[in-house]
Design a protein around this ligand. Sequence first.
Ligand SMILES: NC(=O)c1ccc[n+]([C@@H]2O[C@H](COP(=O)([O-])OP(=O)(O)OC[C@H]3O[C@@H](n4cnc5c(N)ncnc54)[C@H](O)[C@@H]3O)[C@@H](O)[C@H]2O)c1
Length: 269
Amino acid sequence: MKKNIEELFDLEGKVVIVTGGAMGIGKAIAIRLAEAGASIVIADLVAEKEAESTLHEIRHKGGEVTYLQVDLSNSKNLQKVIDSTLKIYGDIHILVNNAGIYRYVSVLELTEELWDKTLNLNLKSVAFLSQLAANAMIAKKHGGKIINISSIDSLKPSGNLAQYDSSKGGVRMLTKAFAKEVGKFGITVNDIAPGGVNTPGVHKVSGNNVSKEELEASEKQIDQFMKSLPLARMGEPEDIANAALFLASDASNYMTGSTVVVDGGLLLM
Ligand SMILES: NC(=O)c1ccc[n+]([C@@H]2O[C@H](COP(=O)([O-])OP(=O)(O)OC[C@H]3O[C@@H](n4cnc5c(N)ncnc54)[C@H](O)[C@@H]3O)[C@@H](O)[C@H]2O)c1
């Protein structure tokens, strides 16, 4: 039966896991999907207190949310995320793999430690949390949606991010490989490739090991670059959350294995 627009974007009764939902892009996604009626489980490294504004905003709008403090870079913790979600809400319909880290370093100075840390979170946790979530969806026989947050760096390296770019390139291919196998169970798998987005993580890496003057200069440089984009601004977390709502909703039911680029035109430069 043809759905009207309200029904198409209605996530009432859906249970969604958002990794890295305490702040930044994950926060905006958690809030937006809660606004559409979904019950949200946020799985994030930081203490619940640091996620207070996210939890407050969801609950203040009448939404349902549970917070799980967990280090997803340790694969032993992934099953706990699934078990807790099933215990609390009895189901999983949508998984948003958003948690990720990015550190700037020349490929000539890249350490094995940073490589492992980045790949363990950005790629390995995405693979195995998706596997667990997909098996839970299959057991419930209702299909589902997996949304991975990749990056435009998976399409074009921006420099000094070899370990990150490799992880995100992996996420984009994992999306396609996964999509090919789980489509027959009614599960779609897509990724969103954001460009530069205004988040705490971006401000933190700009401020790493630099003086106040250097930080101001680098933020000014970023600002100037963003103004030169076709859409002449940096992305906001909500820009990515709106694409996630589309991929989480029935409006995207015939899409799988796709990358949705949300970059203000950065790749056209
Ligand atoms: N901000 C951008 O410009 C941009 C661009 C392209 C892609 N992305 C991607 O979007 C995603 C979110 O980025 P952001 O800028 O919002 O980052 P952010 O640093 O602002 O937030 C990341 C969140 O992930 C959590 N996290 C970090 N390590 C974790 C771990 N080991 N286990 C569980 N949670 C952990 C953090 O606590 C935080 O809440 C990342 O995958 C990032 O690579 C961001």
